[in-house]
Design a protein around this ligand. Structure first.
Ligand SMILES: Nc1ncnc2c1ncn2[C@@H]1O[C@H](COP(=O)(O)OP(=O)(O)OP(=O)(O)O)[C@@H](O)[C@H]1O
Length: 393
């Protein structure tokens, strides 16, 4: 695989310059017309540990507190669910249904651009029903992008430590909500990829000389693959300055950050790969080349952070990725997403918490929902005068 990289050298005058730089980037990326998205209320029925529950969020910052296992994370997940009609933590809808039951319902009231909308989502025995202000959405893809949320949760370090699939899913989740053609292309690509793989398996058992189906699969994969590839390249151009600025604002260091896009398609076109790798694909009974193998290397000071980064550097990198995701979505969607922070006070040291709070309470950030077992810790971190709404479970 070859790599495609954008490089940003850290700023010579330290944190102060970084902050000014962030403001410059913010002004460049975020037009004054960006509006706020807030969730005002949510009610859940048979959602994870909740039989029923009704919650209101009255301030820009809401802290959900309660003992371990009381449902703090589940409540954040329900907010995320309403934005994307899926859980942040599991791909299986059945897992969020309260144990022993066969369905759940989540309903929320959002406010965006001075307008209030009620969204309800019901899932029962494999069937989902999504209604937004009285209009039923048959296709979730049409709803995605309406309300955005960015979650930062303890297990997110998987985005750095795990394999490429994790990073592909993450980039796809960003581009899928900002570009409907991307989402459509991705779904088509995945569908045709499965068909081509099934064809390869069949050929292995029962070879034939008919190549009509293969030509069709190759053309489709090439068409969608090239589009996805171009979009992933462009994404990095806009994303990397944000990542760089947030990383340095969070940890105050001067390290050089790189995020390197690794893709087969940087070497040759998708169609050429598919033709040239056919013998190998037949032998392995799967498509070995294409954008479904793309990855991004997170690099700090010329070393892969996954292998050589300290725990602190990984956490800073992760938070910077998420904050950059937030800023990118704000710019492209034209509204500020809801920021969901799960258990961050347990995971970050004092300096990073202070830096994070400075960022999320500054220009360019909207409603924040966070969880913590200790309300007094949150109060101390935000300061006595901060308007925080505490939801006690
Ligand atoms: N589908 C489900 N049905 C019933 N209970 C569930 C389901 N999924 C999760 N739970 C339970 O919900 C409870 C609350 O989980 P949650 O992670 O929200 O707690 P929390 O308050 O965030 O805890 P912590 O402070 O430890 O992070 C857990 O005991 C978990 O077992």
């Amino acid at each position: 695989m070859s790599s495609y990289q954008y490089r940003y050298v850290s700023f010579p005058n330290g944190v102060c310059t970084v902050f000014l730089n962030l403001q410059r980037i913010y002004k460049k990326f975020c037009s004054p017309s960006i509006c706020l998205t807030t969730i005002r209320k949510i009610s859940v029925i048979q959602y994870r540990n909740y039989s029923t529950g009704n919650f209101e969020f009255s301030q820009p910052v809401t802290c959900i507190t309660g003992p371990n296992g009381s449902g703090k994370t589940n409540l954040l997940d329900a907010v995320y669910y309403l934005c994307y009609t899926k859980s942040y933590f599991t791909a299986y809808q059945q897992n969020v249904v309260q144990t022993g039951l066969d369905g759940f319902r989540v309903e929320g009231v959002f406010e965006k651009d001075g307008k209030t909308e009620t969204v309800s989502c019901k899932w029962k025995q494999g069937k989902k029903e999504l209604i937004c202000d009285g209009v039923e959405y048959d296709r979730v893809a049409e709803y995605i992008g309406k309300y955005a949320a960015v979650m930062i949760a303890p297990d997110d370090l998987e985005l750095i430590n795990n394999g490429g699939e994790e990073r592909r899913k993450w980039v796809d989740s960003i581009l899928g909500q900002t570009d409907k053609v991307y989402l459509e292309s991705l779904m088509q690509y995945q569908r045709v990829l499965q068909q081509r793989n099934a064809w390869l398996k069949q050929q292995f058992q029962n070879p034939s000389t008919d190549s009509i189906a293969l030509d069709f699969y190759n053309d489709q994969l090439a068409m969608h693959g090239e589009y996805i590839h171009q979009k992933r390249k462009l994404f990095l151009v806009e994303f990397l300055p944000l990542l760089d600025a947030y990383y340095h604002q969070l940890c105050g260091g001067r390290e050089e950050i790189k995020m390197i896009y690794e893709s087969d398609l940087l070497q040759k076109p998708m169609l050429q790969w598919l033709k040239e790798s056919l013998q190998n694909d037949l032998r392995l009974q799967r498509t070995t080349r294409g954008i479904h193998k793309d990855d991004w290397a997170y690099v700090l000071e010329n070393a892969l952070i996954r292998q050589f980064g300290s725990q602190g550097q990984k956490k800073s990198y992760l938070f910077a990725l998420k904050l950059a995701q937030y800023a990118y979505l704000s710019k492209v969607l034209g509204h500020l997403p809801i920021l969901l922070l799960d258990d961050i006070f347990e995971k970050l040291d004092q300096n990073r918490i202070e830096a994070l709070l400075r960022i999320i309470r500054g220009e360019g950030f909207g409603q924040v929902l966070l969880t913590d077992t200790h309300p007094e810790r949150v109060r101390a971190a935000f300061g006595a005068e901060a308007a925080i709404h505490f939801v006690q479970l």
